[in-house]
Design a protein around this ligand. Structure first.
Ligand code: 13P
Length: 252
């Protein structure tokens, strides 16, 4: 059966010392009170090599927030999937709406990143989701379909089965607006139906689909209670142990 997952996306927050302290505090809190779901923290690149040994790998998985679309070479400032994996990180967020919008990452670029992540043994946490205007026009299903098709439909079913999906409506990210549990369930069920059609019912049943966008301790339980919502990808609330643990505890 698919896993329930609560993953944190630190984005561009916390210097190295603050990041290590946050990871250690979270590790202590979850060692004292074990989670009922998989827990992942995705950190800036420079934190990875320090955060990986600071946490118990049996309790907290560590991931990057991005990786390059090239294997290696003269790409100044880029960090490859192989480099990420060499830190001991196991996950990488790809296709986040902030990367799509601010750094112009296209479905084709993301396709390369996904393949390099998989080739290096990383689990991609692949993000999809519509902007407000698209939701208002009622075309959210088409938007997520195109995002899935544009980057993931070249994968084999075996490769796809290694992917975690995150549905993040852009209008809910960092805005305090949250999709209602009904809105989340409706589109998560649609996403699962797309996977079933393309990769088969078994792969679809086993794919974890996380919700992201202003998730907090006060709304996590009702969001995660939906049959097709398998956890969350958490931004702001992942930066405080108390808030992040409150969301993790929604699975208790
Ligand atoms: P917030 O939880 O801050 O809305 O961010 C969600 C997100 O973008 C996680 O990737």
């Amino acid at each position: 059966m698919r896993k329930n997952i609560v993953a944190g996306n630190w984005k561009m927050n916390k210097n190295l010392q603050e990041g290590i302290a946050l990871a250690k505090d979270l590790n202590a809190a979850l060692t004292a009170d074990k989670p009922n779901c998989d827990v992942i923290i995705c950190t800036p690149f420079i934190h990875l090599a320090s955060v990986v040994p600071a946490v118990d790998a049996a309790i907290i998985g560590v991931g990057a927030e991005n990786c390059a679309d090239k294997v290696s070479g003269a790409y100044t400032g880029e960090v490859s999937a192989e480099m990420v994996a060499s830190t001991g990180a196991k996950y990488v967020i790809l296709g986040h709406s902030e990367r799509r919008a601010y750094y112009h990452e296209t479905p084709e670029i993301l396709k390369e990143k996904v393949q390099l992540a998989l080739a290096n043994g990383l689990t991609p946490i692949f993000c999809i989701g519509e902007v407000l205007e698209e939701r208002q026009q009622g075309v959210q299903n088409k938007v997520v379909y195109d995002q899935l098709a544009g980057s993931l439909f070249d994968l084999t079913a075996e490769e796809f089965s290694k992917i975690v999906l995150a549905y993040e409506p852009v209008w809910a990210i960092g805005t305090g607006l949250t999709a209602t549990p009904e809105q989340a369930e409706e589109i998560h069920a649609y996403i699962r139906s797309v996977i079933a059609e393309k990769f088969g019912a078994e792969v679809a049943e086993n794919t974890s689909i996380l919700y992201g966008g202003s998730c907090k301790p006060s709304n996590a339980k009702e969001l995660f209670a939906n049959p097709n919502v398998d956890g969350g990808l958490i931004g702001g609330a992942a930066l405080k142990v108390e808030d992040f643990k409150g969301i993790i505890d929604a699975f208790k």
